[in-house]
Unconditional design. Structure first.
Length: 292
């Protein structure tokens, strides 16, 4: 999970329309990774009684008693505090604030909601959408439309990814006492996965409209977006383990492929800068003509 968080944050940094700053990139990646480790540790600390009932999580270190709860909390603090400090002081306060907010959202909202309401999936999707936004803000220092678009892509991608995964773990989630769509609302689980597969096509089309990529991006990304949408439809129609597994494994390569295509189709920063200079130069000449 931490590796996915850091990689999507790195993608946000790389897509930002500014010159690449290696030092800032490394600080942002390290701080984001530490914040993610802290959030995951706190999550596992809270869920020991429930994880012990699930085959998927019963071998976690806290459940098996390999480490003590106190050590887990100390580890979380030793990652979270320097991680947020690094993002705030070494990168910028906006990125640090987003990192702190994401730890809070994951541990204090998403984690307890998993046993209360299926709305936890939507909250969890917001948690997963914030890392690329952090990467963008680390590079630019501002929250722009491009950051929100990247967050939107990650937000939508998580529904086919997680809903397909949870479909095969319904018995496990039921034993653990978790309130998941796949357990309590199986029809909604499949519909939401399909909707967000289709949403990825629309979000990819928005990228050139916002001047983040060239128009080749929605064209080149269309086949992989159509393929995951096809698998989303199969999952919606068949509602079996085979279709859910195919959709889940597709999501594993779909995201890095989509982000890679997006990066290769990124609008050149130099071209934007030249365009801005040209407009500024024309404006200057217009002013010179007006002046006596």
């Amino acid at each position: 999970v931490a590796a996915l968080v850091v990689s999507t944050a790195s993608a946000g940094f790389a897509m930002a329309p500014v010159p690449f700053d290696l030092t800032c990139f490394l600080l942002a990646s390290l701080g984001t990774g530490l914040a993610s480790c802290a959030a995951n540790s706190i999550n596992q600390f809270f869920e020991v009684p429930f994880d012990s009932n699930m085959n998927r999580t019963k071998n976690r270190p806290l459940v098996r008693g390999q480490i003590s709860p106190l050590l887990a909390v100390c580890f979380a603090a030793s990652c979270g505090v320097p991680g947020i400090a690094l993002l705030t002081l070494g990168v910028n306060p906006l990125t640090g604030a987003l990192g702190a907010f994401n730890i809070f959202l994951y541990t204090c909202c998403y984690t307890p909601m998993k046993r209360m309401s299926i709305a936890n999936t939507w909250v969890g999707a917001v948690v997963g959408a914030i890392p690329p936004v952090m990467g963008w803000t680390a590079a630019t220092g501002s929250l722009d439309a491009g950051a929100l678009l990247l967050g939107g892509i990650l937000y939508s991608w998580q529904f086919p990814h997680f809903n397909a995964l949870s479909w095969g773990l319904r018995e496990d989630y039921s034993r653990g006492g978790y309130c998941m769509m796949s357990v309590t609302h199986p029809g909604l689980c499949r519909r939401v996965a399909l909707r967000h597969c289709l949403a990825l096509i629309g979000l990819s089309t928005v990228a050139p409209v916002l001047d983040i990529t060239t128009w080749t991006f929605p064209v080149i990304s269309l086949p992989i977006n159509l393929y995951i949408s096809y698998l989303g439809f199969r999952f919606y129609r068949d509602a079996d383990r085979s279709s859910s597994r195919k959709l889940f494994f597709c999501s594993l390569w779909h995201l890095p492929m989509l982000l890679l295509v997006m990066f290769t189709c990124k609008k050149s920063f130099l071209k934007k800068e030249d365009k801005g200079d040209l407009l500024g130069g024309n404006h200057g000449r217009a002013m010179e003509i007006r002046l006596p």
